[in-house]
Design a protein around this ligand. Sequence first.
Ligand code: SAM
Ligand code: SF4
Length: 394
Amino acid sequence: MLRDGAEALLRKFLLLVHRTRSLQRMFAPRHSRPGPGEWQPGMSENGAGRFLEVYLDLTNQCNLRCVMCQTPHAPGMPTQQLGWDVYESLAQALFPSTANAVLSCLHEPLMVRGFFDFLKRVEDFGVPQITITTNALFMRPKMCHKIMESGLTDIHVSVDGASAEVYESIRLGAKMSTLLSNLAAFCEIRGEQALPRLQIQAVVMPENYHEIPLFVKNFARFRPRRILFIHKDLKPPEASQRAFVERQLNKALQACIAEGIIFEEYPGLFVSARQVLSAFGATDAEEQPEAGCTDPFRFIRIQPDGDVFFCSGARTPAGNLFRENITEIWNGSRAYRMRHAWQLGRPPPECATCSLPLKGTTRLMQLRRHVDETLAPIVGRVQPLVGQDQPRAH
Ligand SMILES: C[S@@+](CC[C@H](N)C(=O)[O-])C[C@H]1O[C@@H](n2cnc3c(N)ncnc32)[C@H](O)[C@@H]1O
Ligand code: SF4
C-alpha cells in the first residue's frame, strides 16, 4: 500500500519534470538550430556579413545641460565609464559583424577618458562606418588632428540654434564662438579629404522655429554632407504652429538644394525622404523598405552601466553585461521571442507603445543610405557612403 503510494507520487513527479522540460524547450532559445537572427561572435567570417548597428555610450557624462535633453545629467552624478575589459569582450564579439559603430548616443563622447584608444579598437576590426554625435565643444585643433587619424567616418555635430542668442539659450553652458571656431578648425584640418563626413543637426522646437532656414545659411560654409532636423521628442509641433514649421522646413530644403547639402527631417512629418529625392530631381525615388521593424535583428545599444537594448524604443533592457555576456543576451529567450514574433508578422506587445512607429533605427539607416546613394551623382559635394564590407578610403 505504502509502496503503491510512493510509486504514484514518483510517477507524478516524473510527469511534472517532463512537462516542465517540454515547456522550457518550447520557450528557450534553440541553440541546436539557427533561430531568427541568432548569431555567434565572428559571424561575418562565415557568411552573415556586417549586419549590426551598434550604439555604445562609454560614459554617462556631459559638459552641457541642454533644455530639451531627456538624459539625466544632474550635478554631482557619479561618473560611469565602461571598463576596458568589458569593452574588449564586446569588441571581439560584435565588431566583426558591425556595419556601423556609433560611439555615442545619449551623452558626450569627447568626455570619455582614452576615447581614441576605444576608437582604435573599432578600426582594428575594419568596421566600415564609425560615427559619433557630439556637441563639438572639445574639438580644438589638437583634437581635430586626432580625429583625422582615428578612422572616424562620420561626425554629427548638434547645434540647435543658428544664432548665438538661440544656441546659447538652448545649449546651456555652450558658446557659439567656440562652436564656430572648432568647426572652422575641423574644416581646415580636414581640407579636401572626404572623411570624416560632417552632419549638422538641430532639434526642431518652438525656441528655434523662426531660425530653421538660417541653419543652412549659417552652417553651409563648413561643408556638411547633410543637415538633419529632428523634431523634439520626435513629436509634431502644436497644431497652431504646424503650417509655419512646414514652410520653414521647405525653405531649408530649398536652401540645401542650392548649397548641395542633403536635407533630412526626422521622422519625416512634413518632408518625407521621397519628397527630398524628387526635390533634388532624383529619378529613382523609389525605396522599398523592409516590412516591419528590423531593430531586434540588427540593433544593439549599450549603456555605460552595462544595460543592453535590442531596439531603439525599448525602455527595459534585454540584459546587463555585468551578469551575462553579449552573445548570451543576444541569443537569450527575451530577444528570441521578440524576433520570432516579428518573423511571424505579429509584432510583440512592447512594440505597440514604440514612439518610432515601426520605423526603428535600422530602418532609418537603410533609408538614409538609399537617399545618400541616390543623391551622390546629383549633389556635387555629397560623398557616397562607404559600402558595407568595403575598405574605407581616407
Ligand atoms: C543626447 S545628445 C548626445 C550627444 C551629444 N552630447 C550631442 O549633444 O550631440 C544626441 C542628440 O539628441 C538630440 N536631442 C536632445 N534632446 C532631444 C529631444 N528631446 N528630442 C530629440 N532629440 C534630442 C541632441 O540635440 C543630439 O543631437
Ligand atoms: S550636449 Fe547632448 S547629451 Fe549634453 S545635455 Fe546637450 S543634448 Fe544632452
